[in-house]
Structure formats: C-alpha cells, structure tokens
Write a protein that binds this ligand. Structure first.
Ligand SMILES: [Zn+2]
Length: 153
C-alpha cells in the first residue's frame, strides 16, 4: 500500500510525500497523475520497493518528467539500491538528496542520514555520532551513491 500527502508550496510547486510500499499494490498513476505543475517528490517514508513496483515507477516517472521539472528528495536505501541497478530509474527528474546508511563503531549503532548530492565528492560526506561524537563509518560501498551524483548538474 502506497499513500501520498500533498502540500502546495508558496512558490507554486507541489510537494508529494509518498509513504509505504512501491509494489504491485501501489497505484502510482492515481497518486501522481493528477498533480499539476512542478513537483517535489519526498520519498523518505517509502519503506520498500520490489521489481514490479520499480517497473511501474519507471513508466510513471518517464511520463511525469517529460514536460515539467520534477525533483526527488530523501531517497531511502531500498529505492537507492534499485536506482543503481536500473537505467533511467528517475527519468528526467533531478535527484537532490538521499538517506544513506552510517554506523558508529563505538556505540554499535547504525542510522540513515540525509545527504545532499552537493556534499558528495568521490566519497560520502563525513558525519559524526550524535551520542559519542566520533566519526561515523559510511556503511556501504562508495558506489552506492552513484544514483545521487550521476545526473548532477
Ligand atoms: Zn557513537
């Protein structure tokens, strides 16, 4: 089940926050088809995507981004993994940020932190543990961020 929360921004753009599963039960056309103008897609609350969902996502995004500006924010880990496997996963949309996995070796905890594409050089940006203040370890291969930086302008 996939749901949406829509918010009109003062600048005229529309934020669409999707939450739940992008799978065979997700009606992406119904959730995105009636939104007009520029769209900012917030994916932070998407919990899972499967191959059927990814297939539908690609078709919907290709149509959605054909004639307007679409930005994508806070791409969660599961979606990022799919995006790295599939060409044109975000069509012409601009991917601005993602939730990336970091771990603290001292506290033995892991967390997903928001990183913006402009913070990524060859590696993931440095983050520090909120509890012990030590530097966190980026808990993925650097290549994980490919989907975030490959269409960076
Ligand atoms: Zn720590």
């Amino acid at each position: 089940m996939l749901e949406r929360l829509i918010e009109k921004r003062p600048d005229g753009r529309t934020t669409v926050m999707l939450s739940g599963f992008i799978d065979e039960t997700a009606d992406l056309e119904a959730l995105l088809g009636d939104v007009e103008g520029e769209i900012a897609l917030d994916l932070s609350a998407v919990q899972r995507i499967n191959s059927i969902g990814a297939h539908r996502w690609i078709i919907t995004l290709a149509r959605l981004t054909a004639h307007r500006r679409v930005t994508v924010e806070a791409v969660p880990y599961s979606v990022g993994m799919q995006a790295n496997y599939v060409a044109n996963f975000f069509a012409r949309a601009e991917v601005l940020s993602c939730l990336a996995p970091y771990a603290c070796a001292t506290c033995e905890t892991s967390t997903n932190l928001l990183i913006h594409r402009d913070e990524v050089s060859l590696r993931a940006p440095t983050r520090w543990c909120k509890r012990c203040k030590n530097e966190l370890v980026f808990d993925e291969l650097d290549g994980y961020l490919d989907f975030l930086v490959r269409n960076r302008s």
